[in-house]
Design a protein. Structure first.
Length: 171
């Protein structure tokens, strides 16, 4: 579940996996502060954080698959807010020495781009974390909430080959 990029997961498994990853990262941080954070610990910490990052990517992709969206949407939701905000800052930077209307317009565009970036991040979070997946089978697999025919109970005795029944025989 944590490192596979194929298939679908429902919202409950997504949030549970994120909780597990967050708890592990918080425990690692506390351990690092208690241990003093030496070089060996920093290397281990970076490796664990890389694994957590890859795992969150896999979880996000599986949630998008559950919503019947391609994994490319993750780029829009993860990188899009940064790029939109960066565009606003770059516009402000190019007009830094300006006065009057140009300065007012550049500050307005900065605020507008930051709000657009925040709106894009919220949309991504709602799409991945809060909206229900598509019902039934989609192009990425079966519905993770669908009831399966396979039961994890004991097999019926009359279907097991070679089983004898203890039921009374009617004559």
């Amino acid at each position: 579940m944590f490192f596979g990029f194929r298939g679908r997961i429902n919202r409950a498994k997504y949030w549970l996996a994120l909780l597990i990853l967050f708890t592990g990262d918080a425990a690692l941080t506390l351990l690092g502060r208690a241990a003093g954070g030496g070089t060996t610990f920093q290397v281990v910490s970076h490796a664990v954080n890389l694994a957590i990052f890859v795992s969150t990517l896999a979880l996000g992709i599986k949630r998008l698959h559950d919503r019947d969206r391609a994994a490319w949407w993750l780029l829009l939701f993860y990188i899009g807010p940064f790029l939109v905000g960066l565009a606003g800052w770059l516009f402000l930077w190019t007009t830094a020495g300006s006065f009057g209307d140009t300065r007012v317009v550049s500050l307005f565009l900065l605020r507008l781009s930051l709000l657009a970036g925040i709106a894009l991040a919220i949309w991504g979070q709602v799409e991945i974390g809060f909206r229900r997946g598509t019902a039934g089978y989609n192009r990425f697999g079966a519905d993770p909430l669908a009831k399966s025919d396979h039961r994890w109970s004991r097999p019926r005795r009359d279907l097991v080959i070679g089983a004898t029944t203890n039921a009374p025989i009617d004559h």
